[in-house]
Design a protein around this ligand. Structure first.
Ligand code: GSH
Length: 199
């Protein structure tokens, strides 16, 4: 299998963590791409021009990260991280959607802040930062009930690992001590240690 990736992408990290959890990281041939400077390499596989993209051994191009993670878990992990059926499946998928949404909002803020001051929208930044805060507040209120690792937690861990690199407001998770403690623990897993983003 081939994984199109960029080194810092938290969405790619989700896929890598799942691969490590299932002991199949070695099966992934990693192809580094820059989606901005070489969009022609990604667009034929993902018309949205985004990574990660996984090309299976059968030649299918899969995107985006939830699809790839579910594929790896179903094919190689016997659904350990995402139950195939039942109420927990929907709980796990919903938690992953929240974590991915936190990443989406954080990345929007980062891009908006990178614009020239005269083009920057403070309202838009506030609106996205509100999502960041309410998302983290929600996770703080439920983190005590997290059980064995699942795909939702993988996504939360990858989001928490990325957000402080881009948003000063969340460095050290000052308002979310339960999440910080949980993140410290999950970061000790081999799958997380092997995939730490390096700036
Ligand atoms: N929802 C997608 C998001 C993927 C995504 O936004 N990837 C970024 C890299 S972190 C990307 O490829 N951006 C290029 C672009 O938006 O053109 C997923 O979960 O895979």
């Amino acid at each position: 299998m081939e994984l199109m990736y960029s080194p810092l992408s938290p969405y790619v990290r989700k896929v890598s963590v799942v691969a490590h959890e299932h002991g199949i990281a070695g099966k992934l041939r990693l192809t580094k791409v820059n989606t901005r400077s070489e969009p022609e390499r990604v667009a034929p596989l993902n018309p949205l021009g985004k990574i990660p993209v996984l090309i299976t051994d059968a030649g299918a191009a899969l995107y985006d990260s939830p699809v790839i993670c579910e594929y790896l878990d179903a094919e190689f992990g016997n659904h350990r991280l995402l139950p195939a059926t039942g109420p927990r499946r929907w709980e796990v998928l919903t938690r992953m959607a929240l974590a991915d949404g936190l990443l989406d909002a954080s990345i929007i803020v980062r891009h908006e802040r990178a614009r020239p001051p005269e083009l920057r929208s403070a309202d838009w930044i506030d609106w996205q930062m509100r999502k960041v805060r309410t998302g983290l507040d929600h996770l703080e209120s439920v983190v005590g009930s997290f059980g064995d690792i699942d795909l939702g937690q993988v996504a939360v861990g990858c989001a928490l690992g990325y957000m402080p690199l881009r948003l000063d407001e969340v460095v050290g998770f000052p308002h979310w001590p339960g999440l910080r403690a949980w993140f410290d623990r999950v970061s000790q897993r081999e799958s997380f240690r092997a995939t730490v983003p390096v700036l």
